[in-house]
Write a protein that binds this ligand. Sequence first.
Ligand SMILES: Nc1ncnc2c1ncn2[C@@H]1O[C@H](COP(=O)(O)OP(=O)(O)OP(=O)(O)O)[C@@H](O)[C@H]1O
Length: 282
Amino acid sequence: MLAVDVQHIQKHFKQQTALNDVTFSIKEREIFGFLGPSGAGKTTLIKLLTGQLSPDAGTGALLGHSLKDMTKPVMRQEIGVLSDNSGLYERLTIQENLVLYRDLYNLPKEAVDEALAFVNLSEHRKKRVTHLSKGMRQRVTLARTIMHKPKILFLDEPTSALDPANTAHIYRGLRALNEQGTTIFLTTHDMAEAENLCNRVAFLHDGLIQAIGTVEELKDQYREELIVVELEGGASHELALNGEETATKVSEWMRQGMIQRILTKEPTLGDIFMKVTGSDLI
Ligand SMILES: Nc1ncnc2c1ncn2[C@@H]1O[C@H](COP(=O)(O)OP(=O)(O)OP(=O)(O)O)[C@@H](O)[C@H]1O
């Protein structure tokens, strides 16, 4: 069964088109990343998939259930959603927030400790939410989101407020969760995050999927045969691998003994995004 199956979804806000004919599917147990700059439609897509918005056109299903059923209680057990809108109880501690949630979902006692460890907040469990930094809040929200071990996890920019050490910790946790069977759908404009975590990615730009595939497939598809020649004194030149100009220049530099290093150039996801959309990821 497909975890997510979306066909020709459209969403408009008055004159503004947020999503325009978006079709894709995600297999169970994939980690799938939607990459796009601000305003590309990423949050809108998560809201449509999780029943917070209805599409203007198109159909979709999660684990075989129509998007129309997303607000039903049974689906709340199947999915977890991390978004900006944390909905945490400010006056309660981290632990008290998680206990409330544990009881709501009838989870075992140890679920709170596991969730705290997942987000590296065990030592801070007694802190009130109102005193937390933005990154800590994001981690508490994430703890709550993964606590019931959902079948599909939707993460809207999950590490946007986190430092590198906590980001690495969360990545390890997400991979472990995925190995236990959770399908993960995340949005990001951080290409390193996508490369690091995702089995497959899609580029979203102007409300359309502009490219989709594994990171390796996209790199193969858009690979330019380029070399970088680094010269004495620090100058560096990017040249086509098989150009006449390259041969002339390189042999001249070699004759003069100027070459320090010659490297082949692998495009980053950011390079590919730029090539496909003509726009930056930021
Ligand atoms: N409730 C709304 N009313 C009007 N326009 C909206 C609404 N929600 C989103 N939009 C518009 O739809 C487009 C897509 O927005 P969306 O929030 O999905 O982008 P995003 O890719 O998540 O951006 P970011 O990375 O900044 O969160 C934007 O042009 C945005 O202004």
